[in-house]
Design a protein around this ligand. Structure first.
Ligand code: NAD
Ligand code: IMJ
Length: 259
């Protein structure tokens, strides 16, 4: 079988542990023959992500908190110094204050709103601007979204608004960067039990509801999200930009959830 990412270098931001969607994407891009570079959020995650990087065969594991412009700048300067160029960048990052994911949306504070927007939406813009000089031959930028961007999902609240902004950022970035042959897309994944789902009220009911009502009658596997990321990062995705692709067992097409 030919490998879809042979000769390509892929930077993945957002591995925290083995359950991270970003970890599944790391596995898939390695399977397809790419060089893999990883980032981690802060010192607390360094050892874990270095160990996971070694398992995956990642060439570099670098610190990058996306809310810190200086860390993004240092990441890019490090790559430039080492002569690294990129073919694809995966942004698999989101954060909101926990209290904003349980009480009514109308109670969201100005600070809580800003945190969610900064980490979960603006960071894609900051990452895109930073990596453009590392993609002289063009490339692909991917991010992860969720249905709560376009529909009301209980408790998703401020994250839904941040994902709506993220999906709009995808369209505007695609328009800006298309002339540089850089494509920008989002994958809207169905619910997956990761650290970002831990402690979310009624999350197992959400999983059961999707499995009962989605056209494919099952939940989403991180490996199938990763395979769509491979497609978008590869030359097979060359005509696709500015889009949100749903990898959710078809759940988003349903208008009424009956038997
Ligand atoms: P995860 O907790 O494994 O990943 C979230 C990542 O965001 C972590 O690695 C964390 O370190 C990183 N992060 C948070 N703040 C950061 C910062 N300031 N700088 C750098 N990194 C930071 O959970 P996941 O489910 O793999 O989430 C990855 C992406 O997938 C998120 O965008 C999430 O919204 C999206 N998504 C998740 C699901 C799901 O059900 N799990 C569904 C659809 C979309
Ligand atoms: C998250 C909250 C509420 C409902 C939710 C989710 N549903 C799904 C998620 C239905 C699928 C997971 N998801 C798509 C996310 O984007 C999660 C983002 C997130 C999760 C946390 C939990 C821990 C924390 N802050 C967070 N910030 C963002 O403190």
């Amino acid at each position: 079988m030919p490998q879809l990412l042979e000769g390509k270098t892929v930077l993945v931001l957002g591995v925290a542990n083995r359950w991270s969607i970003a970890y599944a994407i790391g596995q898939a891009v390695r399977r397809e023959g790419a060089r893999l570079l990883l980032t981690y959020q802060g010192e607390r995650q360094q050892k874990t992500v270095e160990d996971l990087g070694a398992e995956l065969g990642a060439e570099k594991v670098i610190a990058c908190d996306v809310t810190k412009d200086e860390e993004l700048a240092a990441l890019v300067e490090g790559f430039k110094a080492d002569g690294v160029t990129l073919n694809a960048v995966v942004h698999s990052i989101a954060f909101a204050n926990r209290e904003d994911l349980s009480r009514p949306f109308v109670e969201t504070s100005r600070d809580g709103f800003q945190v969610a927007q900064d980490v979960s939406a603006y960071s894609l813009v900051a990452v895109a601007r930073a990596v453009v000089p590392l993609m002289p031959e063009g490339g692909a930028i991917l991010t992860l979204s969720y249905l709560g961007a376009v529909r009301v999902v209980p408790n998703y609240n401020v994250m839904g608004v941040a994902k709506a902004a993220l999906e709009a950022c995808v369209r505007y970035l695609a328009s800006d960067l298309g002339a540089s042959k850089i494509r920008v897309n989002a994958i809207s994944a169905g619910p997956i039990k990761t650290a970002s789902a831990r402690g979310i009220k009624d999350f197992s009911k959400v999983l059961d509801g999707v499995a009962a009502h989605a056209p494919l009658r099952r939940n989403t596997d991180p490996a199938e999200v990763a395979d769509t990321a491979v497609f978008l990062a590869s030359d097979l995705g060359r005509g696709v930009t500015g889009n949100v692709i749903y990898v959710d067992a078809g759940f988003q097409v349903m208008g009424l959830l009956s038997s």
